[in-house]
Each structure stands twice: as C-alpha cells, then as structure tokens.
Design a protein around this ligand. Structure first.
Ligand code: GLP
Length: 242
C-alpha cells in the first residue's frame, strides 16, 4: 500500500481532493465511487472549492455512492443521499442522471441491490473508488464477520457502527437504521484505483491492522492488501501506530 501521511486532517483530504481532480482532468468521464462519514466532509468542501474556482468540471463524471440506510427515503435528513446533496452534489455540476445511489426505501431490497450491481457493470466498473474506514475496519458497510460478500447486498449494522453514525440522528444510536444496503467487496476490489482516507486517533488501530495485520473477514479493509495498488491518505494521528 502506498501510504501518505500529512500533518493535519485538512492536508490529507486536500491532497486526496487534488488526486481526484487530477483523475477527472485525465479522464473527464471518470466513474467515481464515493463514501460518506465525517472524514470526507473537508474532502468534499475542497472539491466544491475547486469547482467554484473554475478548476474542476464534473459535467461528464459518473458517481456511485457506496451505501445507504434501509428504510430511509432519499429526502430523509439522515440519509446518505442528503449528506451527499449537502456536501457535494449541490455544489458541483454533476449531471443528475449520472449520480447513482442505492434506494434505501426500495420495497424489494434484493431487486434494488441487483439493479445497482447491473448499473455498476453497465458503467464498466469504478475507475477511482474513494473510501473511508470504520473503526471496526468496515469499508462501505461491509462489516466484519465470518465471511464477506462480493456483490451489492443488505447488511445488519454493527452496534459500534450505529453509535458512530448517531450524529445524523440527533445523537441517538437507537434511531440509526439497523440495516443498510452496500456495495460489496467485489466492486471495491475490481475498481481501477482505490484511495482510502482516515484521520484521527480513533482510526490508528484499524489502519495498523489494515496495513500490517492478516487478511481477514474480521477486518474487511485488510482485503485491500490483495490489490496491486491502494493509496492511503492519513493524518499523523491515524498513522501513529505505523
Ligand atoms: C460510515 C460509512 C463508511 C465510512 C465510515 C467512517 O458509516 N458507511 O463508508 O467510511 O463509516 O465514517 P467516519 O468518517 O465518520 O469515521
């Protein structure tokens, strides 16, 4: 893994924003995989800034978000769709028809997962997959377990994950949906490039295990060791055990 360590979280996300901007300039019709969470908030702010400065054109870019909570309409304030609207989509010139999202309110989640997997295939897979990481080593919502699932699927969220996502639900973990739909490990592993960002001391342990630990379904991000190339953007706090 190609690990880059920066003095501050803002520097790490600004460097990743520069990496994404270069990829879009090289390939204007880039297929970009996107995460949510606290970590990428400053990443998306920097992408909006680059766009506003006239330095970045999203008009031909396609996006696929990693995951969405089950049971939430796209218009729900706690949905990842609304997070993306706030932090990126409203601030850049992405074509609406090229924004791809799992529908957490779909009546048949299995059909919805199959639809998303087909849309990923039709797009030719992901060119650049941007990832965060959960403190338990999840990527997207591929949670630790006895095994991992390759295709887009429905998942029961770990208690720690619901607690970590409570902020968008008035700080109440009990209000965080118990299930989500997520891209599987297959689309992530097949992406042409993967760039993972982690900041803050609470990520130091999972980052150490991701890079130095065994490849195990107990830490889904460890599977990234099997890729030829992964770029890892860290601040000092997240890198302190390396
Ligand atoms: C969320 C998302 C992940 C994200 C992770 C870390 O629940 N499903 O894609 O990477 O958890 O979030 P944060 O950046 O807030 O620590």
């Amino acid at each position: 893994m190609n690990v880059r360590c920066f003095d501050s979280p803002e520097q790490a996300t600004a460097a990743l924003a520069g990496r994404i901007a270069d990829a879009i300039r090289d390939r204007p019709a880039l297929v970009l995989g996107l995460p949510t969470g606290r970590t990428p908030i400053s990443l998306y702010a920097e992408l909006r800034r680059l766009h506003a400065a006239g330095a970045l054109d999203f008009s031909r870019v396609s996006t696929f978000n990693l995951d969405e909570f089950v049971g939430l309409e796209a218009s729900d304030a706690g949905s990842f769709r609304q997070y993306m609207e706030r932090h990126l989509f409203r601030g850049v010139n992405l074509a609406r028809e090229r924004i791809h999202f799992l529908d957490g309110a779909a009546t048949d989640p299995d059909t919805e997962c199959a639809r998303y997997e087909n849309a990923l295939d039709a797009a030719g897979g992901i060119d650049l997959q941007v990832l965060g990481i959960g403190v338990n080593g999840h990527i997207g919502f591929n949670e630790p377990g006895d095994s991992l699932i390759s295709r887009t699927h429905r998942v029961t969220l770990a208690d720690t994950t619901r607690r970590d996502n409570a902020a968008a639900f008035g700080g109440d973990a009990a209000r965080v949906p118990a299930e989500a739909l997520t891209i599987g490990m297959g689309a992530i592993m097949r992406a042409s490039a993967v760039a993972l960002v982690a900041t803050g001391p609470e990520k130091a342990s999972c980052i150490e295990r991701m890079i130095r630990g065994p490849v195990t379904a107990r830490l889904p991000a460890s599977f990234l060791q099997l890729r030829r190339h992964v770029e890892v953007y860290l601040d000092r706090a997240a890198a302190r055990r390396l």
